[in-house]
Design a protein around this ligand. Structure first.
Ligand SMILES: [Zn+2]
Length: 414
């Protein structure tokens, strides 16, 4: 029984999917059109073969994105208007009372597991065919499946208690439940950030103290210059899974750790690692991390408020093809469909992120050598087969980092 909201949902889904497909096709066309020649400013640093590999890799990933978009839309339609959610709710109603926490929890977990299973073939293809073909995959099927099991267990241990608390608040806390749920969510996200580096990450990777004395001395000196305190400097065995390189911080306050991927340390010169790290320090010093958290809290506040309103509207459930109007069903529907609406906020988030990247580059240029950062960026683009010629619109919509050419141009004038 479609109502007006059904058409709003279908319109959002259609426009979002069409936009995703259109951007992917633009990206493929643009990257292919520039496949024949390395852009002038990179001509010395990047061989044509590497440029063409990056183009092919980018096209392969964009194609995967297209399949993903179509698959996601099909699953979403099958679950909602196709009646699968209602069928599952009826199925679980044989075991548990419909209003009970158990019914809601079982329903939500079933849908998550189902979505995971349906997404599995494409992810296997991504890792063992696409990443493999371009030489980035280092995972064995065995590591892939033990990782998956660990992720499932960690997800269950960390996620199910939170889900139970939120479902309980929805049932028992009155009309302001969403406000309490938001407070719980904020507290929980802080708790996760505290335990993540020490408890969760070691389940997946080994962290060893940085042993290279030359690099360690440079980094210590950089930390002293910038007045940054951290709980240590670690190298992570990222090469266990992939040859993509990275550097990042985990934790916050006094528990901050600096983590460098082993792939980064082995590929970059000490002065380049220092410059990359100075960029990461910039994110901290310029409060990007805190701003990012505040933004996500504001975002979840608005979303939970919206969910608070929607749970009380019969048209919300009926419009999405279900008659079991329980809090758990509202939460599930909301989690499933919200991405089709928030997709249109993506360009703003990308813009915010790119602005932060320029600021961190500027910071790095003050505390380290900007031309070393530029060298490091070129090496990372080369090693990761990241395209130097993205479609400008695709990049503006999605990219958290500005295109290489624009970052390097700014670093040259810094
Ligand atoms: Zn950055």
């Amino acid at each position: 029984m479609p109502n007006a909201f059904t058409w709003v949902f279908l319109a959002a889904l259609a426009v979002a999917a069409a936009t995703r497909l259109w951007l992917s096709l633009r990206q493929i066309r643009h990257v292919r059109a520039h496949r024949g020649a390395v852009p002038g400013m990179f001509a010395e640093a990047i061989p044509l073969a590497a440029h063409q590999k990056a183009a092919d890799y980018t096209v392969a990933k964009a194609r995967l994105g297209i399949i993903d978009t179509v698959l996601d839309a099909a699953i979403l339609l099958a679950l909602t208007l196709g009646g699968a959610l209602q069928w599952l709710a009826d199925l679980w109603a044989r075991a548990f009372a419909v209003e009970s926490l158990w019914h809601g929890t079982a329903l939500i977990l079933t849908v998550f597991v189902l979505k995971g299973i349906l997404g599995l073939p494409l992810d296997l293809y991504r890792v063992f065919v696409v990443e493999e073909r371009f030489g980035f995959n280092r995972m064995t099927p065995r590591l892939y499946f033990t990782d998956m099991l660990k992720h499932l267990l960690v997800g269950a241990v960390l996620g199910i208690p939170l889900l139970l608390v939120i479902l309980w608040l929805m049932q028992a806390a009155g009309s302001l439940w969403w406000l309490y749920a938001w407070a719980v969510l904020v507290g929980y996200s802080l708790f996760l950030q505290m335990i993540y580096p020490a408890v969760v990450m070691p389940l997946f990777n080994k962290f060893s103290p940085l042993s290279d004395p030359v690099l360690a001395a440079r980094v210590e000196e950089l930390l002293r210059r910038t007045g940054f305190r951290s709980r240590g400097l670690y190298v992570m065995d990222g090469s266990k899974r992939s040859s993509h390189g990275n550097a990042f911080f985990t934790g916050f306050g006094a528990a901050k750790r600096i983590v460098l991927f082993d792939t980064l340390v082995s590929r970059l010169q000490p002065a380049e690692v220092e410059a990359v790290l100075a960029h990461e320090l910039g994110h901290y010093k310029l409060h990007h991390v805190v701003k990012g958290m505040a933004l996500s809290w504001a975002f979840s506040f608005a979303l939970l408020f919206a969910l608070g309103v929607l749970t009380a509207q019969p048209w919300f459930y009926l419009g999405l093809g279900v008659t079991t109007a329980t809090p758990a069903m509202a939460l599930l529907l909301f989690m499933l469909v919200i991405g089709e609406f928030t997709f249109f906020v993506q360009p703003l988030l990308s813009l915010f992120s790119r602005k932060n990247e320029y600021e961190a580059d500027h910071y790095a240029a003050q505390y380290a050598n900007p031309s070393e950062l530029a060298h490091a960026l070129v090496k990372l683009y080369h090693d990761n087969s990241a395209t130097l010629t993205p479609d400008p619109l695709h990049s503006a919509y999605y990219d958290s980092h500005p295109p290489a050419a624009m970052r390097i141009a700014r670093l040259r004038t810094a």
